[in-house]
Design a binder for this molecule. Structure first.
Ligand SMILES: [Zn+2]
Length: 496
């Protein structure tokens, strides 16, 4: 606190307006060229040129990932570089009927009433362009800091793909990494989830239908949500609930089934599922559905109050699933885990492992297919879940396959970089920061796995409604984030 050199940045960064102006200049560069996932080359080239004009050494790989080395001040230039990392791509949300073409059109940046936003036709790209713009406006100033390495990746939003392609040599020798994509000026993220995909398949076997009345059973009205960010809310999963209904019905009467279908992608909680059942006694079907609806109303009254099960009469199908196909599938879906599987061991109240039974469908090969998306900070918990699910597959005659998408990082509350950032925040007059885990994928997991010596956290400027056309950020918070980054870089240099 008393060391005047550590406070140098307060003068060097300039006043609030100065920081805001510089940030907006950088941000307008991002906005000037389309940069959806796997369309970042123009932006990467543009930034590379800008950085080279500033005298910074750059290296770009074949995918347009960009490494930029910003020298430290004399006397501190020998220190290992601190990595500041973010992604170049953005999620291009478009307002319906706006005529906006994200592959072609620049983003119109609007600053109004203290808010940075787009013109409402497209998303803004503050995720993650704003964090990077503020970082650039900090590192271009002469601070009492060592070297900084900017590590700018492509295709984060399409599944952390660019980060996975980064040459591990780009991280070699580095000790600290600050990702500017997640968290806020009030929270630091120390742990993120890895992702795995599970797939279960079986050739569909059919026989002639013999029962009298056919009904389509539709389960819908659920809220759904992101399979990582919303899994702790306990919302209903349409595939699981409809399967539960079909299992309940099986206990009461014999019926024929043409399959259970629901969900489109693994990382969304499915909101609707359908099945066609053929029964002789339609009264039992109606009674069971009525009873099931009361149970749904009771259990989901606060979580998913609009959930409903409907029966719609439909022409009798000629073919239905064989008895074995019906039973093995209902049993498989019943046995597969859905929802929270385990809580975090070091971060209280945080989900560690979860599964989302995202998709039930017939695939192009004529097989029935069940897809599960698993997230976890802990690979061991995933191994345990996979072992259980392979038993379920074996018992039901399904073929199982398990794939890893990207790694997470387990993290802990005493992450030294998070503690340092919190100290800097408080010294600058801020409240103590919350140290958190996120149950979604972040590049700190992927890049951290390429250098085990790296201590990494994520902290970001305050912004709202990412991935939507109302994405926005309060400009008065830019200087808060800029000073937090500047103070952190100086503190890391003085601690060496
Ligand atoms: Zn992002």
């Amino acid at each position: 606190m008393s060391n005047p050199k550590q406070q140098e940045y307060l003068h060097e960064l300039g006043d609030d307006q100065n920081i805001i102006d510089r940030t907006l200049e950088w941000f307008r560069l991002f906005a000037s060229v389309p940069h959806g996932s796997w369309n970042e080359k123009a932006l990467s080239d543009l930034l590379k040129k800008k950085f080279e004009d500033l005298g910074w050494a750059t290296e770009q790989d074949q995918w347009s990932n960009l490494k930029v080395d910003v020298p430290g001040v004399p006397g501190l230039d020998h220190l290992p570089p601190v990595i500041i990392q973010g992604h170049l791509d953005m999620v291009c949300a478009v307002a319906q009927g706006s005529g906006y073409v994200p592959e072609r059109d620049p983003i119109t940046v609007v600053v109004e009433n203290g808010i940075l936003r787009s013109d409402g036709r497209s998303s803004l790209g503050a995720d993650c362009g704003l964090g990077l713009s503020i970082a650039f406006s900090v590192v271009e100033k002469t601070l009492q800091r060592g070297p900084v390495r900017l590590l700018l990746t492509v295709a984060e939003e399409s599944g952390l793909e660019g980060a996975q392609l980064v040459d591990p040599a780009w991280l070699k020798g580095c000790k600290w990494m600050i990702n500017v994509d997640a968290g806020s000026t009030k929270s630091v993220i120390v742990s993120c989830a890895g992702a795995w995909r599970e797939r279960f398949t079986k050739p569909i076997e059919t026989v002639s239908a013999s029962a009298a009345h056919a009904y389509e059973v539709v389960l819908n009205g659920l809220k759904g949500g992101h399979s990582g960010g919303s899994i702790h809310l306990g919302r209903g999963n349409a595939n699981k609930l409809l399967n539960h209904f079909l299992c309940t019905l099986r206990e009461k009467t014999d019926y024929e089934l043409t399959g259970l279908y629901g969900g489109y992608v693994g990382n969304a909680i499915p909101i609707e599922a359908r099945a066609t059942v053929v029964v002789n006694d339609k009264n039992i079907l109606f009674e069971t559905a009525e009873f099931f609806q009361t149970r749904l109303n009771e259990y989901y009254k606060n979580i998913d109050p609009d959930v409903k099960i409907e029966l719609r009469e439909t022409p009798c199908p000629e073919q239905v699933w064989s008895r074995e196909m019906r039973d093995s599938t209902l049993d498989l879906i019943a046995l597969l885990h859905n929802g929270v599987a385990a809580m975090h061991d070091t971060i209280p109240g945080q989900v560690s492992t979860s599964a989302n039974l995202g998709v039930c469908r017939a695939n192009e090969q004529g097989d029935y297919e069940v897809k599960l998306s698993v997230r976890s900070h802990e690979p061991f918990q995933v191994e345990v879940l996979e072992a259980r699910h392979s038993s379920a597959a074996r018992l039901t005659g399904y073929q199982a396959s398990f794939n890893s998408s990207y790694p997470g990082c387990s993290g802990s509350l005493d992450n030294p970089l998070a503690l340092l950032i919190d100290r800097v925040c408080q010294r600058q007059g801020g409240d103590p920061m919350t140290v958190k885990a996120l149950h979604v994928g972040l590049e700190l997991g992927v890049l951290g796995s390429k250098n085990p010596d790296l201590t990494a956290v994520s902290v970001a400027p305050d912004a709202l409604d990412a991935h939507t056309v109302t994405e926005r950020a309060p400009i008065a918070r830019f200087p808060v984030f800029a000073r937090l980054l500047a103070g952190t870089l100086e503190e890391l240099a003085s601690a060496e």
